[in-house]
Ligand binder design. Sequence first.
Ligand SMILES: NC(=O)c1ccc[n+]([C@@H]2O[C@H](COP(=O)([O-])OP(=O)(O)OC[C@H]3O[C@@H](n4cnc5c(N)ncnc54)[C@H](OP(=O)(O)O)[C@@H]3O)[C@@H](O)[C@H]2O)c1
Length: 133
Amino acid sequence: MIPAPAAGDAELLYGDVCVVTGGTDGIGKAIARGLARRGGELVIIGRDSSKGELCKRELESSTGARVTYLRGELSDRRDIDALVVKISRRWPALRFLVHSAGILAGRKAVPTIKQILIDHSFDRLLSRRGSRT
Ligand SMILES: NC(=O)c1ccc[n+]([C@@H]2O[C@H](COP(=O)([O-])OP(=O)(O)OC[C@H]3O[C@@H](n4cnc5c(N)ncnc54)[C@H](OP(=O)(O)O)[C@@H]3O)[C@@H](O)[C@H]2O)c1
């Protein structure tokens, strides 16, 4: 059974597009699930494709949301470039951009991901009223 969006204080998203880096596991997956339950369309990003595809199917069946998994290594500038191009072409107006991808995880940290995405004009994609990162 697909849970209904939480009533009351929960903001309903009506298909608004939400990108969650690290949305295939842990905290990012929990955030993705919460956004999906509120009616968002989800784009989740991680490195492990089999985990990502599994997560996409699981989130779709448990929430009824549309979910797309994109593979990317966010400590690799070329992967970031490719992701930004792909996302901006397919989803020109994002509502939420959530960064949960291994910011502090191990040696290959990605501390500059937010700045890099902003450099790549994600700020323009987020500039519509009510958009947040
Ligand atoms: N859990 C905690 O108690 C805690 C406390 C404080 C801060 N944090 C921080 O919160 C964030 C999320 O933590 P978590 O416990 O939810 O981690 P997690 O369960 O290990 O999940 C990490 C997610 O980020 C993705 N990811 C990691 N490194 C990536 C990279 N270089 N490129 C692309 N995707 C990457 C993973 O995808 P793949 O598996 O496919 O690589 C996965 O989807 C981390 O930055 C962590 O340092 C966590």
